[in-house]
Ligand binder design. Structure first.
Ligand SMILES: [Mg+2]
Length: 229
């Protein structure tokens, strides 16, 4: 019997790739408007390159970029970039289609809901609160809660403990096969691959189920619970 649904955050509940793209494009426009000489597409590619080398939560990519362009850190350009970044990010942060009504439906059916994210706690909570998701989830586990990243069992064990369910009673939804699906499966959870959020063109997700749309989850949970009541 499935009693809890647990979700990865980025690229499962929200389109994190789109968020980063929009935030950086907006930062570049703001810096250009402030007088920084840049080529929008080349600058965008350069910054995405910084992210892939230094991690997607790196907070210094604009500093690096400005130093590279000017030879020193110009604070007018940095401030313009940060303000532009925040405006772009606010505008782009939204749940995928069908996420909100589906979560409400699952809650009404009596399921407990959790989030397990590898993002640093501060960033994960900022996204959750901005989306008003902090009212919907019974428990949240972020990177700083265990110091381990998926597929390590620690974050999965922690969220199960917080939700007070056994692995067999939980379904895990995520976009990253090697982290979300493998890690959850190893400890005995049912797994659902969020194919709509997959950035790696994964052919074999290794999951028990796959969804192209978030609301397909209801049918899967219903199927899992049929005949077990
Ligand atoms: Mg993800």
């Amino acid at each position: 019997m499935i009693r809890a649904a647990i979700f990865d955050l980025d690229n499962t509940l929200t389109d994190f790739g789109k968020l980063k793209n929009e935030a950086i494009r907006s930062a570049l426009l703001a810096m250009q408007e402030a007088g920084l000489d840049l080529h929008p597409q080349l600058a965008f590619d350069r910054i995405m390159n910084f992210y892939s080398e230094q991690g997607w939560e790196n907070q210094k990519v604009l500093d690096h970029f400005i130093i590279e362009q000017c030879g020193y850190l110009d604070y007018k350009f940095l401030a313009a970039g940060i303000v532009g970044y925040r405006q772009g990010r606010e505008a782009a942060l939204a749940p995928y289609q069908y996420v909100h009504p589906t979560l409400i439906k699952l809650l009404r059916s009596g399921l407990r809901l959790g989030v397990v994210s590898d993002a640093p706690s501060r960033e994960a909570w900022l996204r959750l609160v901005q989306l008003n998701f902090h009212h919907l989830f019974d428990a949240v586990v972020t990177f700083d809660d265990t110091g381990e990243r998926k597929p390590h069992p620690a974050p999965f064990q922690k969220i199960l403990e917080k939700l007070n369910v056994r692995p067999q009673e939980a379904i895990m939804v995520g976009d990253w096969a090697e982290r979300d699906m493998l890690g959850a499966k190893r400890i005995g959870m049912t797994t659902v691959f969020a194919r709509y959020g997959d950035l790696f063109s994964t052919s074999e997700s290794g999951a028990d189920y796959e969804i192209d749309r978030f609301d397909q989850l209801c049918e899967i949970i219903q199927k899992c619970n049929e005949g077990e009541q």
